[in-house]
Design a protein around this ligand. Structure first.
Ligand code: HEC
Length: 221
């Protein structure tokens, strides 16, 4: 009996000490929240593993519809260009300046197209990833649009810049475009897709997901 009391007391005291130390770190401001301060390898490993297993688990029961039709690829490319390319570089382009300063860095989605199941890609698009910068698009987009983006991402590993530009031009010609439910009527009239470099310079970013303050800036400009 006595032994148990000692064990219990030790646990309670250790818990208190750890809790106080943690509170000390939080309240002292010693932790650097800067996006340019890298995590410790162990923290990085824990976070990466948590994201990976969470996505895998949550997407386990999602059944993908048939993917890969021309219509899906056109819609997927147009939506990717409008909403994702400010963070995830399109085929043949460099990551935007904003993406280069983000932590975690938005990955090149060709890797996701190869390594993730369609259900996992769809789940991430719909729900986003907490505290990473990856938005949840499910609130503003329908299933069909999100599956079209999934189909597009699946093709990325084999897609050249020429293929991508061709998809965008066809989508534009066919009037297949981006509708995100927000009031950005002026934001997507963007006719300059022919050079493909506009996303690499980062100086001119029309991605509506970045910040609502763009609207105000454009309204008077
Ligand atoms: C504001 C920046 C930002 C935008 C815009 C954005 N993403 Fe992301 N995305 C991220 C970041 C950052 C990650 C990495 C999150 C992590 O691993 O913790 C990510 C991760 C992902 C992943 C998982 C990739 C992997 O290898 O694990 C997919 C799939 C994805 N994004 C798709 C999209 C799609 C599709 C769009 C457009 C509809 C989009 N993202 C728009 C920042 C963004």
């Amino acid at each position: 009996m006595k032994v148990w009391k000692t064990v219990l007391a030790t646990l309670v005291v250790s818990g208190l000490v750890i809790g106080l130390a943690a509170a000390g770190v939080v309240y002292s401001g010693a932790y650097n929240v800067g996006a340019n301060a890298k995590h410790w390898p162990i923290t990085h490993w824990v976070l990466t593993a948590a994201v990976h297993h969470s996505v895998e688990q949550h997407a386990a029961d999602i059944k993908a519809p048939e993917l890969g039709s021309e219509q899906q690829l056109l819609a997927g490319a147009a939506n990717f260009d409008a909403m994702c390319s400010g963070c995830h570089e399109p085929p043949g382009a460099k990551p935007s300046v904003a993406a280069q300063g983000m932590y975690p860095r938005p990955p090149n989605l060709a890797h996701a197209g190869k390594e993730m199941s369609p259900g996992e890609i769809y789940w991430v698009i719909k729900n986003g990833i907490k505290a990473s910068g990856m938005p949840a698009w499910g609130a503003s987009h329908g299933d069909e649009e999100m599956w079209a983006m999934t189909a597009f991402i699946q093709q990325l590993p084999d897609m050249s810049k020429t293929d991508y530009d061709r998809l965008l031009m066809t989508a534009k010609a066919d009037g297949i475009g981006h509708h995100d439910g927000e009031s950005h009527e002026d934001g997507h009239g963007d006719a300059g897709h022919d050079d493909g470099d506009e996303h690499a310079d980062g100086g001119h970013n029309e991605n509506p997901s970045q910040s609502d303050s763009h609207d105000d800036a454009h309204a008077h400009g």
